[in-house]
Design a protein around this ligand. Structure first.
Ligand code: PLP
Length: 400
């Protein structure tokens, strides 16, 4: 233990007794892994490089210019002309909490499309914010029909409808077509979770009448975790501005965060913008704009089909019954009778350095999950995943 310099030692204060044990003064090293689970995926090298640029102050004009570029990129990605877009500082869950905290007032009714773990979590969150929660249940792997949604809206006349576009715990892809008209008929606002679907499948914020949506940085967007893309429509903003009660969360109050992102014609400090994380997001959004959404969507769809075909040749089946309900970014594969799913996952990691995930929530123990996320959605990666499955299944004599 080094001596405490005289000028730091104040009377009555102890000297440090807890010393670093394992933290040695050498640059951090981590193993290089191919992340083919439901997220995070590997970030694009240009995104990682952008994150190493020198810090700017969070209120410096050059940083505001970067925030403007991010908002431009988000409008393209969301297919919206809304001025009210930003990044929530935090992961997908922070986006989820911001959506509920701002759009729902205590005592209001929210109908939650609930076909997996994300619907369950929104039910939990909405109840914490004082909502009257109606869970619109569907079996894992299924999606809600427009008729089921309409009937629930007619019956409950909720202030809010929540749907998850890509249910990454089950691999189901919820259609949003026609939902806005059903919502309009009841004066209901539509919130959509797009954390693992945005960028992989078509999403039209304006044309589909979405009032509030959130996503995540570490899935298809191919940046590290820590930024949640977020949008309010004009109606969503109106709801925020006309609330009878204060937003219960200070950290997620969009009146304040929006004022940092220039929603109200000025810039006020709410919290320190996540400077390096947002550099990375600027780069990720530039990459998406350059590739173009149609190409991005097609790349994911094509590789999803290659993956399913390759796994079918090994005797594996998709968990989601109807092919139109299958999410292309997070693929759920049934674990056959008698196969140890965890051994296949472990073998893939130990031998191939590739991450394949097991199930989550309602699919735990029943499926594997394979992510095709943005930068990682490449043919050679899909082939490696298939090889890892073949090897793992052979070891268990499921394959000869
Ligand atoms: C991953 C995911 C989330 C949660 O995101 P975090 O970044 O882990 O907080 C929410 N919804 C969906 C659909 C997801 O796939």
């Amino acid at each position: 233990m080094a001596e405490v310099p005289q000028q730091c030692a104040r009377t009555g204060e102890p000297t440090p007794e807890i010393v670093p044990s394992s933290l040695v003064d050498a640059p951090l090293k981590v193993p290089c892994r191919l992340l083919m689970g439901p997220g995070p995926g590997n970030a694009h090298p240009r995104v990682l490089a952008a994150q190493t640029l020198p810090l700017l102050g969070h209120m410096h004009p050059p940083f505001f210019a970067i925030m403007d570029e991010i908002q431009d990129g988000l409008r393209y990605l969301f297919q919206t002309a809304s001025k009210h877009v930003l990044l929530i500082s935090g992961t997908g869950h922070a986006g989820m909490e911001a959506a509920i905290a701002n759009m729902l007032e205590p005592g209001e009714t929210i109908v939650v499309g609930n076909n997996g773990i994300w619907g369950q979590r929104v039910c939990d969150l909405a109840a914490r914010y004082g909502g009257n929660v109606v869970s619109l249940d569907k079996e894992a792997g299924g999606t809600l029909s427009l008729k089921e949604i309409q009937d629930s809206l007619d019956q409950h006349k909720p202030a809010i409808l929540f749907l998850c576009q890509g249910e990454s715990s089950t691999g189901a892809h919820q259609s949003l077509a026609g939902v806005a008209d059903a919502c309009d008929a009841q004066g209901t606002l539509l919130i959509v979770d797009t954390v693992c679907s945005l960028g992989a499948v078509p999403f039209y914020g304006d044309a589909w009448g979405v009032d509030c949506m959130y996503s995540g940085s570490q899935k298809v967007i191919s940046a590290p975790p820590g930024a949640a893309p977020f949008m309010l429509s004009d109606l969503g903003l109106k709801k925020l501005l006309n609330r009878k009660t204060k937003v219960a969360s200070y950290n997620f109050d969009l009146n304040l965060i929006g004022d940092y992102w220039g929603w109200f014609g000025k810039r006020s400090y709410h919290h320190t913008g996540m400077v390096s994380t947002w550099y990375g997001m600027r780069e990720a959004l530039a990459l998406i704009s350059a590739e173009g959404l149609p190409s991005l969507w097609e790349r994911h769809r094509r590789l999803h089909l290659v993956l399913l075909k390759g796994l079918a040749a090994l005797g594996l089946e998709p968990f989601v019954k109807s092919d139109s309900d299958r999410l292309v970014s997070v693929n759920t594969i049934k674990v056959p009778e008698g196969v140890d799913w965890a051994a296949v996952v472990k073998n893939a990691m130990d031998k191939y350095n590739v991450e394949i995930a097991g199930g989550l929530g309602p699919t735990a123990g029943r499926v594997w999950r394979v992510g095709l996320l943005g930068y990682n959605a490449k043919l050679e990666n899909v082939e490696l995943v298939i090889t890892a499955f073949r090897d793992g299944l052979k070891q268990q004599n499921f394959l000869k």
